[in-house]
Design a protein around this ligand. Structure first.
Ligand SMILES: Cc1ncc(COP(=O)(O)O)c(C=O)c1O
Length: 437
């Protein structure tokens, strides 16, 4: 039999990205950081209300970008009115971050100060519909942005360990991957190292050195939870105008920090004139923000995600997708989910309470763990992680083994759900890890 034609060399050397996603229904799913209770009843009603004859029609997206914008504007208003970010802000030399307020370290130790929002006239920049890209989940947005911006031989700069899908996307484009480890102890963000890799050719570089074409920042980082202050994200974007800086904010709603409130703040730093309606990305056109309804709104199975940035970038990333990649069910669900922010807020509050409850148990029992941003934490069992993982599975609870991942090999990533669910997890964990109760 003749051999089938080979694919591109980059594809021939790839393995398909397969997550262990089968047979999970009916179990307590603490393995993929999904919402653990499902969507708002308004989403369910919206799906049920789709008449069968609409299944025959290609999906329509009218008004969805506007709905995303309305929800972002509400969110920015609410967050700006509340306290500023408490995530550490690394020191930034003023020369590398024009327009971004630096926090200068005196002693070389990362500064823990926060940068207050500037006091300027209370006029708010606003996003336009062209600045919102719609995708079949953020995974599809990530795939598309690599296709649009990652040429063979270009560099992807990112951190390690981080979200697993960046690497295959870079590989399929034939990109070179530079992944900078988090700093131990504590998985601190390697700010200076990332800044140097973005801006400074290595000593041995010849004249052809170029900055990376892509910087992928997962904030808070999955799986370490590392939080990066939005000021630091803006500083990195300002320092590398020729790099597309992508900030994957999938988990910012739980315990995290988004650049959007800063960009959308009245008289915000991206809008020195304080002009109402000014483009929030005018001073950082190389920044792209990723958001999804998978983890908070509970519609991971329907697949919808957003990319927000300069209109020119959103346009480029959207050029490499198909015309109907998002299906009609996801569109109806997204409208309903975006219109029910109180449901999401209540779920997030429940997860945060459950997180505190579980952390208290872990501390009291002396279980090694690491918790920071996001709706997940890392636990190092005293028995081999694979055995505890398997024993939990037999007890009907799925967690994610971090075996083989740099810095966190031997840990289990446990997604956070409701108080009742974390109670079930804890009861099973103490048995599976042979701990005295
Ligand atoms: C950091 C990060 N980005 C993106 C995704 C994919 O999100 P979506 O469900 O919107 O495709 C995930 C899902 O686990 C994630 O953890």
């Amino acid at each position: 039999m003749p051999a089938p034609p080979p694919a591109r060399p980059e594809v021939e050397s790839l393995q398909s990205y397969s997550a262990p996603l089968e047979g999970r229904r009916g179990l307590l799913r603490l393995d993929f950081n999904e919402n653990t209770v499902g969507p708002s009843p308004r989403v369910v009603e919206a799906i049920r209300a789709i008449p069968a004859d609409h299944y025959a029609i290609y999906p329509e997206y009218d008004g969805l970008r506007e709905a995303v914008l309305a929800s972002l504007a509400d969110m920015a208003g609410a967050i700006v009115a509340a306290a500023p970010s408490t995530a550490p802000v690394p020191a930034v030399a003023p020369s590398v971050a024009p327009g971004v307020a630096p926090v200068i370290r005196a002693d070389g130790v990362p500064a823990l100060a926060t940068v207050p929002l500037p006091q300027q006239p209370a006029r708010r920049p606003s996003l336009r519909v062209e600045q919102v890209g719609l995708f079949n989940g953020v995974d599809a947005a990530i795939h598309a942005l690599f296709q649009a911006y990652g040429a063979p031989g270009d560099r992807l700069l990112t951190t390690s360990p981080t979200f697993g899908y960046y690497t295959p996307c870079a590989r399929m484009q034939g990109m070179v991957i530079e992944a900078i480890p988090y700093r131990m102890p504590g998985f601190a963000f390697p700010f200076e190292e990332i800044l140097a890799a973005l801006t400074t050719p290595p000593a041995e570089a010849d004249g052809s050195w170029r900055p990376p074409s892509l910087l992928l920042l997962c904030n808070p980082n999955n799986p370490t939870g590392t939080r990066l202050a939005p000021e630091a994200v803006l500083a990195l974007a300002a320092a590398a105008p020729h790099t597309l800086v992508v900030v994957d904010e999938l988990y910012e709603a739980f315990t995290g920090d988004s650049v959007l409130p800063l960009l959308l703040a009245p008289g915000g730093r991206q809008d020195p004139e304080g002009a109402a309606g000014a483009d929030p990305f005018a001073a950082c056109p190389n920044l792209l923000v990723l958001r999804s309804l998978s983890k908070t709104a509970g519609i991971a199975g329907l697949r919808i995600g957003f990319a927000i940035g300069a209109a020119a970038v959103v346009d480029r990333v959207s050029r490499v997708t198909g015309p109907y990649d998002i299906n009609s069910f996801a569109v109806s669900a997204a409208f309903a989910a975006l219109a029910d922010q109180p449901y999401v807020d209540a779920y997030v509050a429940e997860v945060l309470a459950a997180r505190q409850w579980l952390v208290e148990r872990l501390v009291a029992a002396g279980v090694r763990h690491h918790v920071d941003g996001g709706n997940y934490l890392l636990i190092w069992p005293q028995r081999p992680a694979a055995e505890v993982d398997q024993a939990l599975r037999e007890a009907g609870i799925l967690v994610r083994s971090m075996a083989g991942k740099p810095l966190i090999d031997g840990s289990l990533r446990v997604s956070l759900g409701t108080l009742e669910q974390m109670g079930r997890f804890w009861e099973a964990f103490v048995v599976c890890d042979a701990r005295p109760i």
